[in-house]
Design a binder for this molecule. Structure first.
Ligand SMILES: [Zn+2]
Length: 295
């Protein structure tokens, strides 16, 4: 992945090294987990002491990660600002990003341990990320920790921010505790994968970021974190009725389609929530729409 031409966002805060050990007791509420919550189980947990709060002692590692994440976030800012304008979606409000280690205290979504994986907190309009996630992704799930694969995950979380701004998240929120809860979680997650692809399409056009092998690394990750793959790895078999992120095939398909088309029109995005055009098959845990996912 080439990042020389990419603008670095000023909206990244590095809280790594500030502590944030967790103990059982509190809760992780209202956050959109990318994936690891499913695997490790998001136990209700709580930060011990003041850890994870800004202003604590401890130095973030000087490993260049803040600059990397800042460049990826910077490219999401320019791309989504342009795409919101070009598609009549209103003014794009840039999200924030917090890098943390071990655990983090959010403002509006409670405390979260690293095990939940990267997540977006709508109340804070902030993406929270512990970069050590990517080593776990590679070792435990057979994903890739290559830079563009990491950029895809960040693009997915920023996709949740876009969904929040455009009102798609509210459609899923409205189905919470209803029989359609998992179906609407899948609709939201696959749309976020699509939006990550749309971002990458335009980022590559503007900044020529893609190098040989990059797309394959992200697609490898998209496949590795499909619900069916994760469940097969962790439980020996998969249970479509409990899927909430989409199958490997569909995550791969949604990201590929976004990357290929770069279509940020409301009409295209809305297909993910259109029960008529894109029905849900509870038996397979998949959405059905050949335009979005092929056959
Ligand atoms: Zn997600």
């Amino acid at each position: 992945m080439r990042l020389e031409g990419a603008p670095e966002s000023g909206n990244v805060e590095d809280r790594r090294g500030m502590g944030g050990k967790l103990a059982v007791g509190g809760g992780v509420g209202g956050i959109l987990l990318v994936v690891l919550g499913l695997i490790f189980g998001v136990n209700p947990q709580k930060l011990v002491g003041p850890g994870g709060d800004p202003g604590q002692k401890g130095e973030p590692p000087k490993d260049g990660y803040k600059a990397f994440a800042g460049k990826v976030l910077g490219m999401t800012e320019t791309v989504w600002t342009e795409q919101f304008q070009a598609n009549g979606l209103g003014a794009y409000q840039k999200p924030h990003m917090v890098l943390f280690s071990e655990g983090v205290r959010t403002n509006g979504c409670g405390d979260a341990p690293s095990e939940v994986g990267p997540f977006y907190c709508p109340a804070d309009q902030t993406v929270y990320l512990d970069p050590t996630f990517f080593a776990e992704l590679e070792q435990k799930l057979g994903g890739s920790k290559a830079e563009f694969s990491q950029a895809y995950v960040i693009g997915h979380e920023v996709g949740h921010h876009v969904q929040n701004l455009l009102g798609f998240s509210a459609r899923t929120d409205n189905k919470r505790k209803s029989p359609q809860q998992n179906e609407y979680s899948i609709r939201l997650e696959l749309q976020a994968d699509y939006l990550a692809g749309v971002w990458a399409h335009h980022a590559d056009k503007k900044y020529k970021i893609l190098e040989k092998g990059d797309v394959e690394s992200a697609l490898k990750t998209a496949r590795a974190i499909g619900d069916n793959r994760i469940q097969e790895k962790m439980r020996g078999r998969s249970h479509p009725e409990s899927f909430n992120h989409g199958t490997d095939r569909q995550r791969y398909g949604a990201f590929s389609d976004g990357l290929k088309t770069g279509d940020a029109s409301k009409a295209k995005m809305s297909l993910y929530f259109d029960e008529g055009a894109t029905p849900f098959n509870p038996r397979t845990g998949e959405l059905q729409n050949t335009q979005l996912f092929g056959n």
